[in-house]
Design a protein around this ligand. Structure first.
Ligand code: AMP
Length: 434
């Protein structure tokens, strides 16, 4: 018996149904804001992620699954170099691939309205699996390219909250955590002072943070180690380094959110893991899912399109995790519909009725009903048990008597009421018109 790989799960039928509903809700809500769907490959050239996400990030330096074709595998084992074109990785996130597709297909908006895209599908990260953290997980994300205005950020965050409402969340229980990371100009000064601070306090930091001092100093800010957090409480704050443009942008985002009744918590330590963010960054956190409490993360990435070879084009986006969102819903008592629903079970009460029953089942299906029928010559008692198992709303029983009279016996499985109807009145019964 070979099991599924570490950190992966099978999406079984009941859950597969919810994943479909989940995506549909996102399409409905995001569609109202002008977002249309795009689907990009599950693997891309490794360089795309290195350039887009940043070489020093955990995602790129430690967590990428490499994809090597059979032919190249031998070369890699022999220590030979493979071409960049053949050096592939499974996508750890969706933004880099979408931006690549937009550039490659000449879709970048040039002075026209921003391009609004959404995607849904699996992402892959070789992380240590735990509750809410898998190696293959589902994300739904959006990207808005071509506008740098603060109202785009606010609109995106409001849209996201509407999505959670559509799922049935009490959004008051979700924490929207907000920060501005400034632009490369203000961040350069901040980085310098933060680096100095970290070096001064190196002896009190954990091993990972010490490693990050030179490579990615901003990432130390979201270290989970309590001792590090105590030290970092005294670190310089990005808010004190924002240039006027970044400050005004951030103020406008906050004011638009406040006017729309969206509550948020500001956290100057929120930096997010990926290098491409500029200005607005945010996370949606839920207290209900354990240590991995971020349901969604996103922000502005004004430099990414240019970094990936396109014209200088600002961008904003977010990605939300399906598994963690579902876990939060489950912990809040949300009831998920079962995958299988059965409107009618057609029970065969005598051998001679088999053909008629088959015909009735088929005609009901053609009419749009969900119908089950026994194919395995079960006793009537077992067929009733099966109807209960399928949670059929009605069972239609056909035996010698019904055949003779041209009737059908319909049993309401909830009330156990039973009535005989003429065969030609079946659709009138389905319509509730009898
Ligand atoms: P990120 O792309 O890191 O900003 O993550 C966005 C969202 O994707 C997170 O808030 C999580 O809900 C989800 N996510 C990220 N990594 C994982 C993972 N390894 N397993 C499950 N969900 C994840």
């Amino acid at each position: 018996m070979i099991n599924s790989p570490l950190g992966t799960v099978d999406i079984l039928p009941d859950e597969a149904k919810f994943w479909t509903i989940f995506q549909q809700k996102a399409r409905d809500v995001f569609g109202r804001y002008g977002y249309v769907e795009i689907s990009t490959p599950l693997f891309e050239q490794t360089d795309l992620f290195v350039r887009g996400i940043g070489e020093a990030t955990d995602v790129v330096s430690k967590e990428m699954f490499r994809v090597i074709s059979g032919g190249n595998l031998e070369k890699v084992f022999a220590g030979e170099q493979i071409k960049a074109k053949s050096n592939l990785s499974l996508r750890p996130e969706g933004t880099a691939g979408v931006v690549r597709a937009v550039i490659q297909n000449g879709m970048l908006p040039q002075g026209s309205a921003p391009l609004k895209l959404m995607y849904a599908g699996p992402m892959f990260r070789a992380e240590r699996p735990q509750d809410g953290r898998q190696r293959q997980f589902m994300q739904i994300g959006v990207e808005c390219l071509g506008a740098s205005e603060a109202s785009i950020d606010a609109e995106g965050i409001i849209m996201l909250m509407r999505f959670y409402e559509a799922l049935g969340f009490d959004t008051k229980k979700l924490n929207l955590v907000l920060n501005s990371m400034g632009c490369p100009k203000c961040r350069a000064n901040y980085r310098k002072d933060l680096l100095e601070f970290l070096k001064k306090n190196e002896k009190d930091l954990c091993e990972t943070c010490v490693e990050r001092i030179e490579k990615n100093p901003l990432r130390t800010l979201d270290c989970k180690d309590e001792k590090c957090q105590k030290v970092l409480d005294g670190a310089p704050k990005i808010s004190e380094y924002l240039c006027d443009d970044c400050k005004n942008h951030y103020e406008e985002v906050k004011s638009l959110l406040k006017n729309s009744g969206i509550k948020f918590i500001e956290d100057w330590k929120l930096v997010r893991g990926l290098d491409y963010y500029t200005r607005t960054v945010f996370e949606i956190q839920s207290g209900d899912v354990g240590a991995q409490d971020a349901l969604c993360g996103g922000g502005r990435y004004d430099g990414l399109v240019k970094e990936l070879g396109g014209n200088d084009t600002p961008g904003f986006g977010f990605a939300l995790g399906y598994e963690r969102t579902r876990l939060a819903m489950k912990n809040n008592g949300f009831e998920f519909e079962p995958a299988k629903t059965c409107d009618y079970f057609v029970a065969i009460a005598s051998d001679g009725a088999k053909e008629k029953a088959f015909e009735v089942a088929q005609s009901l299906r053609d009419y749009g009903c969900n119908v089950e029928i026994d194919h395995q010559n079960r006793s009537l008692k077992s067929q009733f048990k099966l109807a209960d198992k399928f949670m059929a709303k009605f069972t239609i029983i056909i035996g010698e008597d019904e055949l003779k009279k041209g009737e059908l016996c319909v049993r309401n499985m909830e009330t156990h009421d039973q009535e005989n109807i003429k065969q030609d009145k079946l659709f009138a019964f389905v319509e509730g018109k009898l």
